[in-house]
Design a binder for this molecule. Structure first.
Ligand SMILES: [Zn+2]
Length: 111
């Protein structure tokens, strides 16, 4: 939209050209179809890890009864480890107590 308005203003100008351009695009069926189809991002396929705990997938779930869960999945075996977190994590991506538990359990945890 920004590019189209800039291009239009490079050739012609009238009062409310931006507003009129937006309206024309909004009412154009072809423009709307293209706008809803962003360019496809190339798929990135993870290589299958050759041994357990070589790569972990970590995410948070919850809140469940006021608590957050840190879910750790081993990419090789799909084994889940779930840690109950005592407080909500808004800004932290790794919970250190849970991380300590993981390293005690498996000794070699690589990021
Ligand atoms: Zn159009």
């Amino acid at each position: 939209m920004v590019k189209m308005k800039g291009l239009s203003r490079g050739f012609v100008w009238w009062p409310n050209i931006d507003k009129d351009t937006e309206g024309a695009v909004r009412n154009c069926e072809e423009c709307q179809e293209l706008a809803n189809n962003p360019a496809c991002a190339p798929l990135h396929r993870w290589e299958y890890p050759s041994f357990p705990w070589q790569r972990l997938h970590i995410d948070f779930a919850g809140p469940v009864q006021g608590k957050m869960l840190m879910v750790v999945i081993d990419a090789h075996s799909k084994w889940p480890e779930i840690f109950l977190l005592k407080k909500l994590l808004a800004r932290y991506t790794i919970c250190l107590p849970a991380w300590d538990s993981l390293t005690k359990l498996y000794q070699t945890v690589h990021i």
